[in-house]
Write a protein that binds this ligand. Sequence first.
Ligand SMILES: [Zn+2]
Length: 92
Amino acid sequence: MAGGDALSCFACGEQNSADSRYCKHCGRALVVERNHPSVTQDPRNRLMLTLVIVLLLACVLFGLFGLITSKVFGPSRSRPELPAALVITNVS
Ligand SMILES: [Zn+2]
């Protein structure tokens, strides 16, 4: 009869009584953590993760867009970093 309801710790293998919630040896939780969803299973954290990814993608896309437009339209437009005198001599 003895030992049938004993819980063995999955972390250290120590035998604990069935009504104990934490391992007496290492302190890990013995119950299956169904009520404690991980970070990826929490919808709010998933929303935050999605927002961060979208913001990063937007930054990358805007950076690429600025780079492409500056390369494509840069030479044909008047560049603001040039001195005004140089721009005027180019135009006239
Ligand atoms: Zn343990």
